[in-house]
Write a protein that binds this ligand. Structure first.
Ligand SMILES: [Zn+2]
Length: 61
């Protein structure tokens, strides 16, 4: 377990298919994908972090 440097929330790191570590919220969610699949997973912390804009600076086109 670790804490977000931006907002102090508890997060965890999950390795994506592409091999990159991604910060996600601790709470597990049930998600329905655009193609109708129901999956269990976590919400990207970038989507919920109030400081996400700061992280994204320089990383996104
Ligand atoms: Zn955060």
């Amino acid at each position: 377990m670790s804490k977000c440097r931006g907002c102090g929330a508890e997060i965890q790191w999950i390795k994506t298919d592409s091999g990159k570590a991604m910060p996600v919220d601790m709470k597990k969610q049930t998600i329905v994908t655009a193609s109708g699949q129901v999956v269990n997973g976590f919400t990207s912390h970038f989507a919920t972090c109030p400081q996400a804009n700061n992280f994204r600076k320089g990383n996104q086109p």
